[in-house]
Ligand binder design. Structure first.
Ligand code: XLS
Ligand code: CA
Ligand code: CA
Length: 447
């Protein structure tokens, strides 16, 4: 990966390729902990973490919020027609990907190419930009982690896409998904994501929830079948989120989505993309959501951006919480690591962060945080002290009647009789404080 900028123009002239300088460096534009080629266990950090940059926040969002317009001025936005602007944006994107040295990126169809006057024109725009993306992928070595379709920004989707009460809207959503799957395949994407932006409802009074859920499942089955017919071998992913923009979203959290996928027979092709910020919006922790997905064998990929502990909306901040990263990476490593998934930064710098360097600094911080998280999690698991203590809590199921219960040999009556003939159980400490202190000890001795 030698090329750092592609077109005629360098969009981030003040930033060179970001290198690893170690924890002592005071260069904000250097990695302090993410040493891409360093081995942890049998893989390098780069192979473990599979970082991706998202196209939307980083190159399309400009700092606007419900109370005010854009604060960030991007040079790649200077252009007369939408396709030229999309090309500049793409050059800037690939410059950033290669300067950061991230192996992957992710996009929505509408981030890459502007919507046209009709379905055909939109499709053509996307195809055109896909050709340019192919060239830039080849030239920089950056790969596509996942593609998706934006089925929530256009006003036609205000009542949902696959769950819209109007069939005409559903056909437009299908057209977009078809083209976005084609684009993902053409670019060698390893996954295809469905985040149910407006797939939910605001009022039960005007909504047939069962019908909408059936429609969503049918839509996903058709998308799956189309993708497989076209030779897509990657993973389809559902990204749970409980609310925002809908009051109630059907993909509330990991366990809701797991139940949905199993109910509709989609769990062979679909896995979950867990976003840290969505986990906290659902009242869970990041690690909880990862654990539920992993336990079901459906942990696919991660959006690593976090929320703010003091408010209840989707702030999409870069991750800086080492503790969360450790707990999250413990689940990922215990699950055997990523296969087709990776760690995507669906994150945006703050509205007040208006310098172009801020975008690099945000990503550097997120990557350093997860590099520490991975190394500490690896040490905890390799040492085995914590896992052994946790396993010991369940030792009564490893032998005798406990083990017979697990293998289904005992009835409820058998259990009743065992309790009747047995003794009152002794109180056994859960020792949560011991576990917590142990994790802190690993963190503090790793830094
Ligand atoms: C929004 C979601 C979205 C998905 C991709 O909250 O996080 O960005 O990741 O559509
Ligand atoms: Ca989010
Ligand atoms: Ca996301």
């Amino acid at each position: 990966m030698s090329t750092v900028f592609i077109g005629n123009k360098e969009f981030f002239p003040g930033v060179k390729k970001i290198g690893y300088e170690g924890p002592g460096s005071d260069n904000p534009l250097a990695y302090k902990f993410y040493d891409a080629d360093k081995k942890v266990g049998d893989k390098t950090l780069k192979e473990h973490l599979r970082f991706a940059v998202c196209y939307w926040h980083t190159f399309c969002g400009k700092g606007s919020d419900p109370f005010g317009g854009a604060t960030q001025v991007f040079e790649w936005d200077q252009g007369s027609d939408p396709l030229t602007m999309a090309t500049y944006r793409m050059d800037a994107a690939f410059e950033l990907f290669s300067k950061l040295g991230v192996p992957y990126y992710c996009f929505h169809d509408r981030d890459l190419a502007p919507e046209g006057a009709n379905v055909l024109e939109s499709g053509k725009n996307l195809q055109h930009m896909v050709e340019l993306a192919k060239e830039r992928q080849d030239c920089t070595g950056t790969k596509l982690l996942w593609g998706t379709a934006n089925l929530f920004s256009h006003p036609r989707y205000m009542n949902g896409a696959a769950t819209n009460p109007d069939f005409t809207v559903l056909t437009h959503a299908a057209a977009q998904v078809k083209c976005a799957i084609d684009a993902t395949i053409a670019l060698g994407g390893e996954n295809y994501v469905f985040w149910g932006g407006r797939e939910g409802y605001a009022s039960l009074l005007n909504t047939h929830t069962k019908r909408e859920l059936d429609h969503l499942a049918r839509f996903l089955q058709l998308a799956r079948d189309y993708g497989r017919q076209q030779g897509f071998k990657g993973t389809f992913l559902i990204e749970p989120k409980p609310m925002e923009p809908c009051k109630h979203q059907y993909d509330f959290d990991a366990q809701t989505v797991i139940g949905f996928l199993r109910h509709y027979g989609l769990d062979q092709d679909f896995k979950l993309n867990i976003e840290a910020n969505h986990a906290t919006l659902a009242g869970h922790s990041f690690a909880h959501e990862l654990r539920m997905a992993a336990d079901a064998g459906l942990l696919g990929s991660i959006d690593a951006n976090r929320g703010d502990p003091q408010n209840g909306w989707d702030t999409d901040q870069f991750p800086v919480d080492i503790y969360d990263a450790v707990l999250g990476m413990m689940v990922v490593l215990e699950h055997g690591g990523f296969t087709s998934g990776g760690l995507n930064f669906d994150a945006k710098v703050r509205r007040e962060s208006v310098s172009m360097e801020d975008i690099f600094i945000g990503h550097i911080g997120g990557m350093d945080t997860f590099a520490i998280g991975l190394e500490v999690a690896h040490r905890i698991l390799a040492d085995g002290k914590l896992s052994r203590a946790r396993d010991d809590r369940y030792a009564s199921f490893d032998r005798g009647n406990g083990s017979r219960f697990e293998s289904g040999e005992l009835s409820l009556k058998d259990l009743h009789d065992l309790a009747t003939n047995g003794v009152e159980p002794q109180a056994i400490s859960g020792r949560q404080e011991w576990y917590e202190n142990l994790v802190n000890q690993y963190i503090l001795t790793s830094l």
